[in-house]
Design a protein around this ligand. Structure first.
Ligand code: NI
Length: 380
């Protein structure tokens, strides 16, 4: 394995981070690399998406391996030579490493095609914000490339170098958003009897929303509802505002729980508003769905991870994360599995989305070995 080459590639991607759907340079780098290996390269899905196809033998079987291309709107505070050259943009989630590992695997497999079937290498834009996976699917990803299963991998700070975690079932949560506008009747602060105060209704509603998780859900169903925005009033101290705006996020692992939470939000907004003589307008928006691994594929990934990392280095009992991931859209369409690969210590700023974060180059060869072993096992 050309580890030095992979590290250089990873550093080049890290130094040139690009935001959602603007990954033009990264897309070019990936496409050139795949072409140089002799893979069939398809561009244009979701704009900057790249798909490489590697066929061998006569089997109809086909699997998809996915990496993400995008960076975050963050100002990098690292000072090492491969730090971001782009002001206000940073690879703070390690997607540079994910891309490098998948390219490394494409190279190994192209040079030693010891499998029977088709491998589809999927490089998607816009994981962080806009659901590039969803857009690729909407534009025909799985019609053009009918994979039997799809696999993803994310580096995981806090998990030791040399280790993997595989979840049978939910691995990441959904990420829904809600906005509630409370509409009252503005007026003079000294004459509240002539107004209908949306701010008081809002204060009561923020409190009431704390009962959604504790009272409306099965205690064995993990969920979090956080109110993160509350705006009302302007500059004046003597004006009762006409409107108050509350917003927040909901994370959970099952669609049924999302339904219950949305219904509870509707009920509480309407009820609290009515109690205070104001109107409530709820806008509940489903974001990334929960990321749920299928049992057979999770089992395969455990075997593969054990084969490359050793039996003691594969965790199968870690709790899932309340973070979200748009690979979930692919797992809604196809069976598959998304694993975590240890990035080492999360301390010292090396947590995801931290301005001091960096993908750990030491894990590049292990990530490549995992992808290669997975292909050989699945298409063996
Ligand atoms: Ni990420």
């Amino acid at each position: 394995m050309d580890t030095a080459g992979l590290v250089a590639l990873r550093h080049d991607l890290h130094a040139h981070p690009e935001l959602a759907f603007e990954e033009h340079r990264s897309s070019e780098v990936v496409a050139d690399y795949l072409r140089s290996l002799g893979l069939e390269v398809h561009r244009g899905l979701a704009g900057t998406g790249v798909v490489g196809v590697l066929r061998n033998g006569d089997s109809e079987r086909c699997i998809g391996l996915r990496a993400d291309l995008d960076a975050l709107p963050l100002h990098e505070q690292n000072l090492f030579p491969h730090r971001s050259r782009h002001e206000g943009r940073m690879h703070a989630c390690g997607h540079d490493g994910h891309t490098a590992m998948l390219l490394g695997a494409a190279r190994e497999l192209a040079e030693d095609a010891d499998f029977n079937g088709t491998v589809v290498f999927i490089f998607q834009p816009a994981e962080e914000t806009d659901g590039g996976a969803r857009v690729m699917i909407e534009q025909g990803l799985f019609e053009q490339f009918p994979v039997d299963a799809v696999f993803g991998m994310h580096n995981w700070p806090g998990l030791a170098v040399g280790q993997f975690a595989v979840h049978n079932g939910p691995v990441m949560a959904c990420a829904d958003q809600f906005d509630i506008v409370l509409e009252g009747h503005g007026g003079h602060a000294a004459m509240p009897q002539q107004a209908r105060d949306p701010l008081i209704a809002g204060a009561a509603l923020v409190q009431a929303l704390q009962t959604v998780v504790s009272r409306a859900l099965d205690p064995l169903d993990p969920a979090v509802l956080s109110v993160t925005r509350f705006f009302a009033g302007g500059e004046a101290y003597n004006v009762i505002p006409a409107k108050a705006h509350i917003g927040g996020t909901v994370r959970t692992f099952r669609a049924e729980v999302q339904d219950r939470i949305e219904a509870a939000l509707e009920r509480l907004s309407a009820g609290i508003a009515a109690a205070h003589g104001v109107q409530a307008h709820l806008d509940y928006r489903r974001g990334y769905p929960p990321t749920v691994n299928s049992a057979a594929e999770a089992g395969l990934c455990v075997e593969v991870a054990r084969a490359v990392a050793g039996d003691d280095n594969v965790h199968t009992e870690l709790p899932p994360s309340m973070g979200a991931e748009d690979f979930s859209y692919m797992l809604r369409e196809k069976p598959g599995c998304y694993v975590w690969i240890g990035n080492g210590e999360a301390e010292g700023g090396c947590m995801l989305h931290n301005p001091h974060y960096d993908f750990n180059d030491a894990i590049l060869p292990l990530g490549v070995a995992y992808w290669v072993a997975l292909v050989k096992r699945r298409l063996g």
